[in-house]
Design a binder for this molecule. Structure first.
Ligand SMILES: [Fe+2]
Length: 473
């Protein structure tokens, strides 16, 4: 090797530093003597999901890191890649995952979060080569290297959590059918789940009061606004999990990864088809029509479900039009009932014609009695889409069992966890690869407002003020 002829280590280090500077200035990274020998670079094979991947420039090994052309790896993994000449950077995306790398820089970004690379992307034969492992793991794949056969094997992550044992403590306002879900989790992982139930806001206040002494590792809520407020109050910590980023779409999780939505609950129009035509109630605004005077049933404005709905209306229509809609609802002198189930039963008994409730309450009633006479109407299909809230969770700032808490959240986002968690309450899984329960699948497809759910928290105070102003109590 050349380095053996150069004398002291100091001289070698200086020479290496010079070469590095040369590389950064001229863009093309030099092949460092003794590290990227012809031998190391011969015939590196890349196998993705059992198939040999082809690249227009052969993979290179530099300082033990395999580099491949960025476009080739992105496409082989089912993603997309964009090159930006000005910043000499590469952006590769797959679903909601966004990875950004720059030629000559060891700093890279995963969904905007800084991370460092062992070897910087570089130009070779006019192609930008990027670290294969960084892109593959960033997209949520497992990466294995076999030194004997010089093969990199990339495969889908298996969704079976490791048996670990230990415990995880949860504060949850979600109480419908959580026991069987947690029992299954314990069976698979050995991690015991202890949970305490209460209202979203009550549990948040409790976390605040307990501070560092809280026993809770996870805060689980049934409203995005409350999750947003918990994060805002510093009660939740950022979780860096590729599994969660892959499984949970961006608009149903916090931009700083402090909470993740696991199920969706659609708050929409319910009507009695014996008295109302579906075409009469296509939007939330339609319920402001004077023809529904004395025929509208609503849950009180103090309930967070309605506060988030109004926050969503403000985001869609602006405060002025939202005020007009709410004034119209109030002018119809609605009957207030503080239970979505009872609202639906009242509709069925003829105590009103139209109402707004969450979809799963109808799901429960229809499952018990397939002839239950009330129908669901997906609101605002000609506009931005129907309002969907979430139930979700985050790891508390002072979690003692942080690792177990993350394992539980990841499991809840996996196909198995999703199916159990969503189905026990007839909600829609947030993981787009998981199908909804057959009872609610029969409600038909709908367009959902794609608004970032964090907006329900950001706009909550304004929504409450507006509701008070129009007398929606
Ligand atoms: Fe509910």
């Amino acid at each position: 090797m050349k380095t053996a002829l150069l004398g002291s280590k100091d001289t070698i280090n200086k020479l290496m530093a010079l070469l590095l500077v040369f590389g950064l200035i001229f863009g093309a990274f030099p092949i460092i003597p003794g590290q990227a020998t012809a031998d190391a670079n011969e015939n590196i094979k890349v196998v993705i999901n059992g198939k040999a991947a082809k690249f227009d420039v052969a993979p290179k090994s530099i300082q033990g890191t395999t580099l491949v052309p960025f476009r080739g790896v992105a496409e082989n993994l089912g993603g997309k890649a964009v090159w930006e000449e000005k910043s000499r950077s590469v952006t590769v995306t797959k679903g909601s995952i966004v990875l950004k790398l720059t030629i000559g820089s060891k700093t890279a970004y995963i969904n905007g979060e800084k991370t460092s690379l062992a070897v910087a992307p570089q130009l070779v034969n006019n192609r930008t080569l990027v670290p294969l492992r960084f892109i593959s793991e960033g997209f949520g794949y497992d990466v294995n290297w076999n030194g004997t056969t010089k093969t990199v094997t990339i495969s889908e992550k298996k969704n079976t959590p490791v048996k670990k044992g230990g415990i995880v403590n949860i504060y949850t306002s979600r109480h419908y059918g959580v026991e069987p879900v947690f029992a299954e989790f314990t069976k698979e992982t050995g991690i015991k789940v202890r949970f305490t139930t209460g209202g979203d806001a009550v549990l948040r206040e409790r976390l605040k009061a307990e501070g560092k002494n809280t026993p809770a590792d996870i805060y689980m809520a049934v409203d995005a606004g409350n999750l947003w407020l918990a994060a805002q109050d510093g009660l939740l910590q950022s979780v860096n999990s590729t599994t969660l980023k892959n499984n949970v779409p961006e608009n149903v999780r916090d931009d700083k990864n402090r909470w993740f939505g696991f199920t969706k609950r659609v708050r929409t129009i319910m009507y009695n088809p014996a008295k109302v035509k579906a075409s009469e109630v296509t939007s939330y605004e339609d319920l402001a029509d004077p023809k529904w005077k004395g025929k509208l049933i609503l849950r009180p404005g103090t309930h967070v479900y309605n506060q988030s709905l109004v926050a969503n209306l403000i985001a869609t229509y602006g405060p002025e039009k939202t005020e007009k809609i709410l004034k119209g609802w109030m002018a119809n002198e609605p009957k207030f009932i503080d239970s979505d189930s009872r609202i639906l039963e009242t509709l069925a008994a003829g105590g009103g014609d139209v109402a707004i409730t969450n979809h799963y309450y109808l799901g429960r009633l229809v499952e018990k009695d397939s002839s239950f006479p009330i129908k669901v109407q997906w609101a605002d299909q000609d506009g931005k889409g129907v309002h969907a809230n979430i139930s979700g969770a985050g790891v508390t700032t002072h979690a003692e069992n942080k690792e177990n808490a993350i394992i539980l959240l990841e499991w809840l986002s996996s196909p198995k966890g999703q199916k159990l968690f969503a189905d026990t309450n007839h909600e829609y899984p947030t993981n787009p690869n998981v199908a909804p329960h057959e009872v609610i699948a029969k409600f038909g497809k709908f367009k959902e407002d794609s608004l970032d759910k964090g907006e329900f928290g950001r706009l909550q105070a304004e929504a409450v003020k507006l509701m008070e102003k129009v007398g929606y109590k």
